[in-house]
Design a binder for this molecule. Structure first.
Ligand SMILES: [Fe+2]
Ligand SMILES: [Fe+2]
Length: 420
């Protein structure tokens, strides 16, 4: 099939919009159009992400649907094109390869702007060949109005000088529409009109997409088949349990159920690698090991797991990746999803009884911060008994959640005082 992007040969400036587009919606389209106008690009190329090839050819059909929906959604905008390059490329897909491929198609003078969420910018250093990527491409960080840019810029300050990142911030008000929400709405028979173009809505109906529970989607088959190959049977069972527990907690606390399920499935994806492989992968992905991790290599599996989830399972959602990253150490100010994965991991039904388990189980549906405090306390006590070193992130997390509880208690007693 002819790839539409061939018409970028003479463009001076193009923007690249990557994503799974599962399905594409107005949030994507408004973002692309806003960026195009702001930076005066001649074209925006939508590139649906590919997945590693797998014997389960259901994934192929699934990729084709995402591609065709993207074509339908963009067909009435002459500035938009869709490329199959990631879907058709065998093997893993990295942004650097895609940008290099585009460079080959357009002229030397064409400037390429890669559009991504502002939060993802923080993680760019974990992508493949970031230095080269910064040299050959500019970045557009799209943010919701009111996003704290200064905070992000402060974290970038060090490597901005080192890598000379050309970074533009653009505010897009329509960013709150999400593909996950649309899929959930289809499962629950809720309307999706006005969230995506009519053509895409018709397409979803015609092919009966997203009708079954998300757990039966090809993506989860793909994840599970791969996990089967790398995890011990008991660990595989544990990840299934954590995924279900996380989904239940997410439903209860109003978090994204599908993200919780995905993070639960993948949280231990790097746990059963032999030590040599763990060390080799840490080197490959520039994961720095601090002193505690060097002594207790097991702690690395969550940091490495986040990178493996991104590279081998192509999960690009920062919330999911961070929930995997911090599920062992915890950290202060965890997001709702991060807390859910931490807690689901310690309370899943097959956990052997330990001190505090029943209390944590009860608290996890009453007060998540309190559950975090008890869970951290219990884990730290256990590790101290085993004479293991405690990671500084766990200690600062414990301190943080202890303070949260104190503040909470104070609030309650203040309230009691007033009503007396
Ligand atoms: Fe773990
Ligand atoms: Fe686990």
């Amino acid at each position: 099939m002819r790839d539409e992007i061939l018409d970028i040969k003479n463009c001076g400036k193009i923007a690249v919009m990557g994503g799974t587009f599962d399905p594409i919606h107005y949030g994507h389209l408004v973002t692309a159009e806003t960026v195009r106008v702001k930076i005066n690009a001649e074209k925006v190329i939508f590139i649906p992400t590919g997945r590693p090839p797998h014997k389960d050819n259901k994934m192929v059909g699934y990729d084709e649907h995402r591609y065709l929906m993207t074509v339908l959604a963009t067909s009435n905008n002459p500035y938009f094109s869709v490329s199959r390059m990631e879907i058709d490329r065998p093997g893993l897909t990295y942004t650097i390869d895609t940008i290099k491929n585009l460079k080959k198609i357009c002229s030397d003078k064409t400037e390429i702007y890669f559009i991504t969420g502002a939060d993802a910018i923080n993680e760019i250093l974990t992508w493949k060949d970031p230095e080269e990527l910064f040299k050959i491409c500019n970045f557009v960080a799209v943010t919701r109005p009111g996003y704290d840019k200064d905070k992000l810029l402060a974290t970038l300050k060090g490597f901005e000088k080192k890598y000379k990142i050309n970074l533009i911030f653009i505010e897009v008000p329509a960013l709150s529409i999400s593909s996950t929400d649309i899929r959930n709405r289809v499962v629950e028979d809720k309307p999706i009109k006005y969230l995506l173009p009519d053509e895409v809505e018709q397409y979803i109906k015609k092919y009966n997409l997203y009708k079954t529970s998300f757990k039966k989607r090809p993506l989860f088959n793909f994840i599970n088949q791969n996990l089967h190959g790398v995890l011990k049977p008991t660990r595989f069972e544990h990840t299934q349990n954590v995924a279900v527990e996380a989904a239940n907690l997410a439903k209860f606390w109003g978090a994204d159920v599908e993200k919780a399920y995905t993070a639960g499935l993948l949280h231990d994806c790097a746990k059963d690698f032999p030590p040599e492989k763990t060390l080799e992968l840490c080197q490959k992905y520039d994961i720095e090991l601090d002193d505690v991790m060097k002594h207790q290599l097991d702690l690395v599996h969550s940091f490495l797991g986040a990178v493996i989830a991104q590279n081998d399972y192509l999960i690009n959602d920062i919330e999911i990746l961070n929930a995997i990253k911090y599920h062992t150490t915890g950290k202060p100010e965890m997001s709702l999803l991060e807390k859910i994965i931490y807690i689901a991991d310690v309370i899943e039904p097959a956990r052997k009884p330990y001190k505090g388990l029943e209390e944590i189980r009860k608290l996890s549906y009453e007060n998540l911060d309190k559950a975090m405090y008890i869970a951290l306390n219990s884990t730290i006590d256990y590790n101290r008994e085993k004479l293991r070193m405690i990671h500084s992130l766990s200690l600062s997390a414990l301190n943080y959640y202890e303070n949260c509880m104190r503040k909470n208690n104070r609030k309650t007693s203040d309230y009691t005082k007033t009503i007396k």
